[in-house]
Design a protein around this ligand. Structure first.
Ligand SMILES: Cc1cc2nc3c(=O)[nH]c(=O)nc-3n(C[C@H](O)[C@H](O)[C@H](O)COP(=O)(O)OP(=O)(O)OC[C@H]3O[C@@H](n4cnc5c(N)ncnc54)[C@H](O)[C@@H]3O)c2cc1C
Length: 414
């Protein structure tokens, strides 16, 4: 077996798969090491609800046959109110999508080693030159990429990322049949992705129902395990208990039955990215992390990060003389901040402000969203503070004061 490649990638998720796809298409020798066995792939890593939008589908030429359901709208829901926005989207079969990335990159020559659990970098002269996997197996590359999501075995050992426990978000989801998709008093969820803000169901987070056809849907919830969650959580409740609680209390889910084997769970860190590279090494996807903090859209962001990492590698390798030193790979971080998540700091702050608000404020937010025009809404969604200010009221002063105390004062005093 070949043990030398242009690029070695750990992890065959959206980030690693797309990075391999782009590099293979440019003619590089690339190998992807994936911890799960091929015949069950993806198993534990089949974690995502996989709601996405046409911009991702078109940018990455994703085929229709990995789509479970095309959707027409996004619904935001609070305990007693809702807001509907017409917006086309697609709910993917995440497992089929991951297998598509593998097959497509293989067609261009990418190699995959499944059942290959990466454990540590191989170092020479203080630089990473390869990776060790499955105990004592080794593979070498000009450039090494960690795309293992929150596991980050290489990035952590190289001191490149510091994924903090207090920023750890967990999510769980089941696929159900028997859902009442259009119940009087609620928004019609046919062909919709619905996100619900309700601390009773997901304290310091949100829950969702993504329609997947007829009376079926993906139903789940997530929250960040920090003090925004703990101040509102029910003592001793696990994330599974919260989902059970939702099933017991929401009339739309009264007759819902779990589809066998259709359970997904996973995690990501919701925090400001720090360093993402060093000599001969880049961290991509949720190893950075790249997932959007506000609504957890990670697939597109992580693929974008894989793409800019591939472009950075191409820039060094194509010209032979450009050593992939930390200095020459710096362009990856520049591109990440420019193209992958240009407004990440504002999105982080918006997320915290949102989770600090209480259930009554969520009800009012739905009405506020209804009265604003599309342009202001989309600017607010992009983190424009003037547009966000148009969603605020005088009565929000205590909320804003608490937010400033928690989030802004510590930053200013640094
Ligand atoms: C419950 C849930 C719902 C979500 N819903 C959505 C959604 O609707 N839309 C959306 O856009 N995003 C969603 N996301 C986020 C999205 O799934 C992630 O942001 C995205 O999958 C991250 O991609 P990645 O390639 O960086 O990492 P991952 O998807 O985590 O992939 C990492 C890969 O590396 C492998 N691996 C791990 N450790 C090792 C190792 N040591 N050696 C070798 N391989 C290893 C894993 O098996 C996996 O295949 C959701 C996430 C969760 C948890």
């Amino acid at each position: 077996m070949n043990d030398r490649y242009d690029v070695v990638i750990a992890g065959a998720g959206p980030a690693g798969g797309q990075c391999a796809r782009d590099l293979a298409a440019r003619g590089y020798d690339v190998v992807v090491l994936e911890t799960e066995p091929e015949d069950e792939f993806p198993r534990a890593s089949n974690k995502s609800t996989a709601g996405t939008f046409p911009s991702m589908m078109a940018s990455y030429n994703v085929p229709d046959d990995v789509v479970m359901q095309y959707t027409d709208s996004v619904v935001l829901e609070s305990p007693t109110n809702y807001y509907v926005r017409d917006q086309p989207g697609a709910v993917l079969d995440f497992a089929a999508f991951k297998r598509f990335l593998v097959e497509d990159s293989r067609e261009n020559g990418a190699e995959y080693r499944f059942g290959a659990r990466v454990t540590e970098p191989i170092m020479e002269g203080g630089e990473i030159v390869g990776v060790r996997y499955n105990g004592d197996e080794e593979v070498y590359g000009e450039i090494v990429v960690d795309a293992t999501g929150p596991a980050a075995p290489l990035a952590k050992k190289l001191g490149v990322v510091d994924l903090e426990r207090e920023n750890h978000a967990i999510g769980i989801e089941y696929e159900f049949e028997g859902i009442e998709v259009d119940r009087p008093g609620y928004a019609d969820l046919h062909d919709a992705m619905m996100l619900r803000l309700d601390h009773e169901l997901a304290p310091g987070g949100y829950s969702w129902i993504f329609h997947t056809g007829e009376d079926t849907a993906k139903v789940g919830l997530c929250y960040i395990q920090n003090d925004y969650h703990s101040t509102r959580s029910k003592s001793s409740y696990t994330i599974d208990d919260y989902l059970e609680h939702w099933l017991e209390t929401d009339p739309r889910l009264a007759d819902a039955e779990r589809l066998e084997g259709k359970q997904h769970r996973g995690s990501a860190h919701i925090q400001m990215p720090g360093q993402m590279h060093t000599d001969r090494f880049m961290a991509i996807g949720d190893t950075v992390p790249s997932v959007d903090p506000l609504w957890g859209e990670g697939i597109h962001k992580c693929m974008d990060s894989g793409r800019v990492a591939a472009a950075t590698a191409d820039r060094c390798l194509k010209h032979g003389g450009v050593e992939p030193t930390a200095e020459n790979l710096e362009v990856y971080e520049t591109l990440w901040h420019r193209d992958v998540a240009p407004n990440v700091r504002n999105r982080q702050l918006m997320t915290k402000l949102l989770y600090l608000a209480d259930n009554e404020r969520y009800d009012r937010l739905m009405a506020d969203l209804d009265r604003l025009d599309d342009d202001t809404l989309s600017k607010a969604n992009d983190g424009d503070w003037l547009s966000i200010a148009r969603l605020l009221h005088l009565e929000d002063a205590p909320l804003l004061a608490e937010f400033a105390k928690r989030e802004l004062v510590p930053t200013l005093s640094l």
